[in-house]
Structures are given as C-alpha cells and as structure tokens.
Design a protein around this ligand. Structure first.
Ligand code: AMP
Length: 256
C-alpha cells in the first residue's frame, strides 16, 4: 500500500494504475461505515484509493475541529488489511496552495438542514471534494448515505461541473443498538453513548416531524432540525452537557 502525502507521489501512483479506480474520501478515525465504503470500492473497481484529511475549511466551530478524533496509524493498518492500494494523507499546504481563495459554493440546498446550522460548512466540503476528485481522478467515488445532504450536494456538484466520475451512495452502517456509526461517537461520554441510539428510534417511530422534535426534546436532546424530504426523515441533534456535547446526524426512509 502506497501512503502518499505529496502530490507527486499520488500522481505517480495514479499514472501507474490500470482499470477502474475507486476512491473513498474520509477524515480518518475509521469505523465500519468507512470500511463498508472501501469494501464496495474493492468489489467494483480494479484499484482503490482512500484519503484521510481532517478538512479545516468545513468546520464552523474551532472546538469541534480541535476535538476531532485522530487515529492515523490504526487507520493505515485497517486500510492495509482491506487491500487498499493508495492512501492520500495531504496537509493543508498541499491541498490549499491558494489558501482557500477559490471556493465551490452552492447557493440553495446547502443553506438548509445542516447548512442552516453550520454556516459555510458545505462550501468547505464541496471545495475539498472537488480538489480530491481532480487529484485522484477516480472512475467511481463512494459516499455514505448517513451524510445524506452531503451526498446529494456532491452528486449535484458533479452534474453541474460535468465531472467525469460516478458518485456511489452507500447505506448507513449502524451499531447493534441502531446508532449510526460516526467518528464523533468516540467523543461521547458513557451516559451520552447510552442515550444516543434513542435519536434514531425517535426518528423512526415519530408520527410527524413535529412529534419527533417534541420527543427528542423531552428525551434531553438539543434539536437542530428534523425534516422530511421525499420520504426521508433527516435530523441533527446534540447530546451531552454543553462543555462536551456531541452533534449527531442521521436519516431514515419512512415506510409509505
Ligand atoms: P467522514 O470521515 O465522517 O468524513 O466520512 C467519510 C465517508 O464515510 C463519508 O462519505 C460518510 O458519509 C461515510 N460514512 C460515515 N459514517 C458512515 C456510516 N455510519 N455508514 C456509512 N457511511 C458512513
């Protein structure tokens, strides 16, 4: 497995790879959700690249960035075990030679749901994903449905800019108790970890978005939003005391 931190190392690997290239962008602290994306790439492409980069431009909150978990050596061991061909681990200087002067901004959907609560978050996401896709030049790129708004915005960006890559959405992988796997779950205090699966349960069982918001509030979550769009109920909440609260997002398809 090649671990590339410089652009030239990545380009040499890309130049030498035949057949379909699959790509899985991540921020590391890998869990079974990331593993499922890598496995899907391995199953459908001839070679697989993964990036690990905690992208500062998508964090609207300095504490969230500072506390984002980092497990690089463990992640590299996991990816080697999965048969990944190349891991791209860039620095800010490598990815942002323009110091973020050039940005990809979506002016509609990105300002709703998570975007309404995290100003400029999706500009950071779309900009880094555009850069990574331009560098890796994959045939397919794999993204999780857990981040459904992100997946939709990336699909629409690829269409809008005529980018030659297939965006593949992959189902949400959950803990046995139903909590959607997320790197931020590592930051949950034990009592908050116990409470967290109730979020998904309420999204599933509530009779309406209003009912879900009410039940979540009563269960002690701070609700950012719950909204149903085209048969999918999406939500974001925070759990835990203010000084160590963790933001959870999830979405489920409603039975019609
Ligand atoms: P992140 O490292 O959180 O930026 O996520 C990298 C990729 O993994 C994104 O496409 C996420 O949507 C996806 N992902 C994160 N959690 C899960 C999960 N529980 N199930 C499936 N995919 C996930």
């Amino acid at each position: 497995m090649i671990v590339a931190s410089a652009l030239d190392e990545l380009r040499i690997w890309r130049h030498g790879s035949d057949g379909d290239v699959g790509f899985v962008p991540t921020m590391g602290a890998l869990h079974k959700g990331h593993v499922s994306l890598v496995q899907q790439s391995r199953a459908t492409c001839d070679s697989t690249a993964v990036s690990i980069y905690i992208n500062p431009t998508q964090f609207d909150n300095a504490d969230d960035l500072a506390s984002y978990p980092e497990t690089l050596q463990k992640d590299l061991d996991t990816l080697e075990g999965l048969g990944v061909d190349c891991v791209f681990v860039p620095t800010y200087e490598v990815l942002y030679p323009d110091d973020f002067a050039y940005q990809v901004e979506e002016r509609g959907f990105s300002n709703t749901l998570c975007g309404a609560h995290r100003p400029s978050h999706f500009t950071g996401v779309l900009t880094v994903v555009m850069k990574l896709l331009n560098l890796v030049r994959p045939d397919k790129a794999f993204f999780g449905e857990k981040d459904f708004q992100q997946l939709t915005l990336i699909r629409n960006m690829v269409d809008a800019f005529f980018m030659d890559v297939e965006i593949v959405g992959c189902p949400t992988v959950r803990e046995p108790d139903g909590l959607a796997m997320s790197s931020r779950n590592l930051n949950l205090a034990p009592a908050d970890r116990q409470q967290a699966p109730i979020f998904r349960e309420i999204l599933e069982k509530a009779t309406s978005d209003d009912d879900a918001r009410r039940q979540l509030g009563e269960a002690g979550f701070v609700v950012d939003y719950v909204e149903t769009i085209e048969g999918r109920r999406l939500g974001a909440v925070s759990v835990g005391a203010a000084d160590r609260s963790v933001r959870l997002i999830d979405n489920i398809t409603l039975e019609l």
